[in-house]
Structures are given as C-alpha cells and as structure tokens.
Design a protein around this ligand. Structure first.
Ligand code: ARG
Length: 463
C-alpha cells in the first residue's frame, strides 16, 4: 500500500478499505493521459519560474522513461498503488528523486483526474466518430449498388409500400450521420482543459492555464474551478451518444435477424459472421447481430449508472465520481467493438434481391399505387381505397398477387380498370413515381446518395 497522503494518519488503512477505495485496477487505462498531462504541467511550472530547468529536465526524462517501460512491459501497474496518479508520481520520485517531489506543485488529483478523463474521452469520441464514418462508407457503397433493388417497406412489420434497398439503408445512413454529428458537438463542448483548477479553488501559484490547455490540444482552459473538478457532463453526453448508436445498431440488427430468417430469406449473413448450433446441424445463427442487439442493455446501463451517481453530489469533487470510470470504459469498448463488427457483417451480407422483390409483389405493397391509379382515372380516393380493399380480399381468397389478376377480374370489381393497370402496379412504376425529396424513386435517390457522398467527403476533409 503506497499512498500519497500518509502524513496526517497514525494508523494504516484497513486492507479492505484500501482495496475498496483504490481505483488503480481500472484507472491504469489512463496512464498515457496522466503522463502527458504531467509533462505539460512540469513544462508550465518551469516556464513560470516555479521549478528550475534542471528539475524540469529530470521530471520530463523520468516521465518518458516510465511511459517507455510501461509500454515495453518492463514495469507493471500494480495494486500496490492507490491510483494511476500515485503510481506515476511514486515511480517518478523513485527514478529522479527530489525534482519528482515538485511535480505536484499547484496541482491536485482532483484536477488531474478531471484532465486525464477528459483527454481519454476526447480520444474515444474521435475514434468512435472514425468508426462511424467507416460504417457510413460501407452503407454508401451498398446504397450505390442497390438503387433499383426493390423490396417491401414495412409499417407495423406488415408490408406497406415498395421501396428499394438503397432507400432502406439510407434511413440508417441518416441515423449514423446524426450519431457522427452528435459526437462532433460533444467534442466541441468538452474540449477545454480543467488542469489548474487545483483541488477546487485554483491555486496561489502563478500557473499559466492557457499554456497547458494549448499544449494539450484544448481550445482553452475551463472557467469556474469548482465546476472544472466536478464536471462529468462530457462522460454523460458521450454515453448518451453511445446509447443512441447502440439503439441504431440494435434496430438494424433486428432487421438483419428478421431478413436472415428462413421465412424471409432476404439476406444471407456471411459464414464468417454466423455461428452454428451444438445440436441442430442445419442451423446457421445470426449470433453476432443478436449480441450487438443485446449489448444495448449494458451501454444503457452505464449511462443510467453515471447519471445516478452524479445526481446528488454536492460541489466540488467527491469520491463518488471515481465511479465514472469502470462502466464508461466497458461501454466504450462495447460500442466500438459493436460498430466494427456490425460494419464487417453488413459489408459481407449477401442480398437476395429476387426474394425481396417477390416479397414486395406478393405482399400487396402495391395496393396504394392501385388506388392511386383509380384516383388518376377520376375515382375519389376514399372510394378507390374501398375498391382496392375488396380487390385485395379477392386476391387473398384466390391466392393471387395483384398483378396476377386477369383484366376481367379487375373489371368485375371496378370497370374503370384498363390494360395499363399492370404497368401501374409494377414495382418499377410504384417506386419510380415516388420522386419527392427523400423518396425511393431513382432520381430522388440519386440526389440523396450524392448528399451522403458529400457528407462523407466533408468530414474526411475536416479530419
Ligand atoms: N481515483 C480518483 C478518481 O478517480 C482520483 C481523484 C482522487 N482525489 C481525491 N481527492 N481522493 O476520482
């Protein structure tokens, strides 16, 4: 048990208390951020005349050597230290002696952990955004290839009106596009540096907070010092964004599972993304899609957990806030893993275009277009709706699709029908006539796809 704060105590901490209080088993993940932040803090102390050039050099060299040894596996981050901050500082003192003892001047673990966590989450926001762009690129490629792949669009999971695969995938493109923009917003709001807030009330040393902020890639230093050490909004915002991504993936996975079922056969998931059954030899299960769908629960849980932890905390830092880490780290690993896996899975799916088109035709998804056909011939819409309702009933009784009826069968239900009804209820006509902005018609879709392409291009240029 190596602690930074033994002076005031006359007794050793109880072993269980020590373990309960310690965070090193999980905050060791922050070693890079901790070392980077410490280096810039030391440079700033030197610049402000608080430590000497020699002390600065010793500290920087010491910190670099610790980083190198951690990455080479030459030193292990062990439970002997309470947290990553104690680990780095104690090791520094071991290596460089007295100058190491000056590193913590004008700093508290409260602003230190606030900095480490902010830098860590900031990187994860960027990396998650990058994975989302890759997924958007995969979706765009699929959309480009499937502008004329007809399929039923559903409401209530009942076939509703024909759409195209490009159009259906385009809906997910929009969702993930918003996810990307959400991450960008979070980055903009969180990219301010809390170091220099001290324990809660700033410090009496002449620190240059703006220097530290700039060196660490922040837009500037945070304002109120009490807020700086106790703000975890960015963790909450990131987890909320992660939950929304998981919700989108979960919806998409649900469709993949349905489409991959024996009943639908719209798609076949690649062998590399499927699993078998230990007992039923015929099975090829969509486990990956199911797991991604299932993991929504654990990411939502992380958000609920941090919201609940933060809800009653008085200003400023309280130890409750150490609970911001474990579930957040788990949620980050989960969401990143799920985006990558989903990207690989959707990119290798085989679409059974014929089955999709047949399913649209057989499911009366062209019934609205049959009604519109009558409306165009002067029948009021409400009457047309009733006539097509009866027509569909007739089709069901006779086990036929609308386009399979003879002209006299059409005419028996309504004399207005002519030979051109066949063209009017073809999938091509049903889809191609839908040319309003955002609709699945070929020309409308070409415009949408162009916008998607532009979106990706702009993001790529920004990054
Ligand atoms: N391990 C702590 C955390 O994660 C670091 C800050 C400790 N500060 C303190 N005053 N005990 O929040």
């Amino acid at each position: 048990m190596a602690q930074l704060w033994g002076g005031r105590f006359t007794k050793e901490t109880d072993k269980m208390v020590y373990l309960f209080n310690a965070s090193i088993s999980f905050d060791k993940r922050l070693y890079k951020q901790d070392i980077k932040g410490s280096k810039v803090h030391a440079q700033m102390l030197k610049k402000q005349g608080i430590i000497s050039k020699e002390e600065e050099t010793a500290i920087l060299e010491g910190l670099d050597s610790i980083l190198k040894d951690i990455e080479a596996g030459d030193i292990a981050i062990t439970e002997e230290y309470e947290d990553i901050h104690s680990f780095v500082e104690a090791n520094l003192i071991k290596r460089v002696g007295d100058p190491g003892k000056k590193l913590h001047t004008g700093r508290s673990r409260n602003d230190q952990v606030a900095l480490d966590m902010r830098m860590y989450i900031r990187d994860e926001v960027t990396q998650t955004g990058e994975l989302i762009i890759k997924l958007l690129e995969t979706l765009l490629g699929l959309m480009e290839n499937n502008i004329d792949t007809y399929m039923p669009g559903f409401t209530h999971l009942q076939k509703a009106q024909p759409v195209t695969l490009a159009h259906h995938l385009g809906a997910y493109f929009e969702m993930f596009k918003r996810d990307h923009l959400r991450l960008k917003d979070i980055y903009e709001r969180m990219n301010y540096c809390p170091l220099g807030a001290g324990a809660l009330a700033g410090t009496t040393y002449p620190l240059d907070r703006e220097f530290v902020a700039k060196e660490l890639g922040f837009y500037g230093a945070t304002d109120n010092s009490m807020d700086s050490v106790s703000d975890r909004d960015y963790v909450i915002e990131f987890l909320a964004a992660a939950c929304t991504i998981m919700m989108h993936l979960g919806r998409f996975c649900e469709e993949i599972i349905i489409w991959n079922s024996n009943e639908y056969k719209y798609i076949e998931i690649d062998d590399a993304y499927s699993t078998g059954s230990s007992i039923m030899p015929q099975k090829k299960n969509p486990d990956i899609a199911e797991l991604i769908r299932g993991k929504c629960g654990r990411v939502y849980g992380a958000l609920m957990s941090i919201l609940t932890t933060m809800k009653g905390i008085p200003l400023a830092y309280n130890k409750d806030m150490q609970e911001d880490k474990e579930l957040t780290f788990d949620a980050i690993d989960t969401v990143k893993g799920c985006i990558s896996l989903f990207d690989g899975m959707i990119g290798t799916v085989r679409f059974n275009c014929e089955n999709m088109a047949n399913s649209a035709l057989r499911g009366y998804s062209n019934a609205t277009d049959a009604a519109d056909y009558l409306v165009n011939k002067g029948v009021p819409f409400r009457d047309a709706h009733g006539i097509i309702g009866r027509l569909v009933l007739y089709c069901i009784d006779n086990n036929k699709a609308i386009h399979e009826l003879e002209l006299q069968e059409f005419k028996a239900i309504c004399p207005v029908f002519e030979e051109d009804i066949y063209k009017a209820v073809s999938l091509e006509a049903c889809v191609e006539k839908r040319l309003t902005k955002g609709a699945p018609g070929h020309e409308a879709m070409i415009k949408e796809i162009e916008k998607c392409r532009e979106f990706i291009k702009e993001i790529r240029q920004e990054n």
